[in-house]
Design a protein around this ligand. Structure first.
Ligand code: TXA
Ligand code: MG
Length: 324
């Protein structure tokens, strides 16, 4: 991955906030303070900027990311809030709570940030510097914790530099974060709200706000999830054939790099003709959806190298190909 040569340290004053927002609007990566942990922020509406988050973190898989908004009204333009979601937003926003809700028809969070799902994770942080940047950026900002994959979440600018120096454009330094653990995540997707991740808001407080117990979903747990309700991974309807040298008759084709000899089917897309893995990651979910929407029986997919973002792309493709 070719990152910026320098990671700027911005101070948490008007000039630093304006510079951070400007970088985000230009598709760059900026570590932002929130009340929980520092987030590695990028324009959530820009697939390519979001792909560069995964590249900088060296994340081996594409989990859906949280999109940050400056206030409740901005969040409500991105998602559909049922009664429990509204009650939680009213009680805890701004603050360390993330709500997973169905994406609205006006949602501008890109498909990579949503990992191809129809739902979207939204959060209105309370940190004043974060809110000022979000206000100035004027678009949803995706931000997972600003650490390299497998390392602990950063609660100080120095932690971010230790993990991501020269891999991101700037760190907006506002001193240590207050909460230190990530936001609580509650899914409100119809039916009983579910706690996907315990975090900065205690469970009892969440339950008091909605007047009912939360269903607890343990990550990687064995409890079966209702299909479509909480599916954390988008799976195409079509069968998927990986590491295909060329499409067979009747297959749709998802290429990468130079195309194989011979005619391609009408239903074909190339993730990156030049073989750029960041571009391929940015195109992945939208391309899969585009092909799958035409209802092919099988999508054949060219081999994707395992370097850089290739690991995360292959992880995603293996899941898409898994029997179901
Ligand atoms: O405190 C925080 O929440 C920090 C700060 C920076 O805001 N952010 C953070 O983001 O922890 P991230 O992207 O690392 O957390 C994403 C979590 C993952 O566990 C992911 O599975 C879940 O949110 N998530 C996001 N979208 C989802 C969706 N549509 N359905 C289910 N889970 C979702
Ligand atoms: Mg994290």
């Amino acid at each position: 991955m070719t990152g910026p040569r320098q990671t700027q340290r911005l101070s948490a004053d008007d000039a630093g906030i304006a510079a951070a927002a400007e970088l985000l609007r230009a598709g760059k990566l900026v570590a932002l303070p929130t009340e929980t942990v520092y987030g590695l922020a990028a324009d959530a509406s820009d697939d390519r900027a979001v792909a560069s988050i995964y590249a900088a973190k060296e994340r081996p898989s594409f989990n859906p990311l949280i999109s940050h908004l400056p206030d409740v009204n901005a969040a409500r333009r991105q998602g559909l809030f049922d009664a429990p979601a509204l009650a939680l937003a009213k009680a805890f926003w701004p603050g360390p709570l993330t709500l997973v809700v169905p994406a609205s028809s006006s949602c501008t969070v890109c498909s990579l940030a949503r990992a191809g799902l129809d739902s979207v994770a939204l959060r209105v942080p309370s940190h004043l510097v974060a809110r000022a940047v979000l206000q100035a950026a004027g678009r949803p900002i995706a931000a997972p914790s600003a650490n390299r994959s497998g390392r602990v979440s950063p609660t100080q600018a120095e932690h971010v530099f230790a993990d991501l120096d020269r891999r991101i454009d700037a760190v907006l330094d506002a001193g240590p974060t207050a909460v230190g653990v990530e936001s609580s995540i509650v899914a409100c997707l119809g039916g009983a709200p579910r706690l996907l991740r315990p975090g900065g808001v205690p469970r009892a407080a969440l339950e008091a706000a909605i007047g009912q117990a939360l269903v607890i979903v343990e990550e990687g747990g064995t409890a079966p999830l209702a299909p479509g309700l909480l599916a954390s991974h988008y799976a195409p309807r079509a069968a998927v054939r990986l590491d295909a040298e060329a499409p067979r008759p009747g297959e749709a084709w998802l290429g990468f790099g130079p195309e194989p000899d011979g005619a391609l089917p009408a239903l074909a897309f190339n993730l990156s003709p030049s073989g750029d893995l960041t571009e391929a990651a940015a195109n992945l979910f939208a391309a899969m959806r585009h092909l799958d929407d035409q209802r092919p029986a099988t999508i054949a997919i060219a081999p994707i190298p395992m370097r850089g973002l290739g690991e995360a792309i292959n992880d995603r493709l293996r899941r898409a190909a898994a029997p179901r």
